[in-house]
Ligand binder design. Structure first.
Ligand SMILES: [Zn+2]
Length: 187
């Protein structure tokens, strides 16, 4: 028996939370209704790394590229030391695989994502080789980079990257059909 674990999305501020009205126009995708500000830089801080920094950076960039290819749009900014968005390993409760805080900004009625903090739970063993005992870093990053672009959780269609559950050893490194429709509604 496998234990389902949660890829949890959370929000940085009360204002952002109040703005979280997900728009469902298709049963298999949800968007947050707002987008990442163009050029938002990102970093993989040195502290707490469970895999080599270059491996993590490569996989983050690869996950971002898949969303950009699907949208045909330059969604994410570049890697930069001290970048506004951060992806790191840190301790979370068992059962939570990863967690993304979104930092948002409101101008008039428009809400934008201006920063993010993605935490990969150091409780788990992480890998990139499909080992059944490890959390697959590329698969989890694909999901979390979706949140950063403005995608919400998907609760019922498990072929999609935004599906909320993943188990150790599960490899899901491609966007599903609904992910692709969803990102194209945003960009
Ligand atoms: Zn999620």
């Amino acid at each position: 028996m496998k234990t389902l674990a949660i890829l949890l999305l959370s929000f940085f501020s009360v204002a952002a939370y109040a703005g979280m009205q997900t728009t469902t126009t298709n049963p298999c995708y949800n968007t947050l209704g707002y987008k990442l500000v163009r050029g938002t830089t990102w970093d993989v801080p040195d502290d707490g790394l469970l895999l080599p920094k270059d491996v993590v950076k490569t996989e983050v960039a690869a996950a971002m590229q898949k969303w950009e290819d699907a949208a045909n749009y330059n969604i994410y900014g570049d890697y930069a030391s001290g970048g506004v968005g951060q992806i790191r390993f840190a301790s979370l409760d068992p059962g939570v695989v990863s967690y993304t805080f979104l930092v948002t900004s409101t101008k008039g009625k428009k809400i934008s994502i201006v920063g993010f903090n993605t935490v990969l739970n150091s409780y788990y063993t992480w890998g990139t080789d499909g080992d059944p005992s490890k959390m697959d870093l590329p698969s989890v990053l694909l999901h979390e980079m979706g949140h950063i672009a403005g995608m919400g959780e998907e609760y019922s269609c498990d072929q999609d990257a935004m599906f909320i559950y993943i188990v150790p050893g599960e490899v899901k490194r491609s966007l599903g059909p609904d992910d692709i429709i969803g990102i194209n509604t945003l960009y």
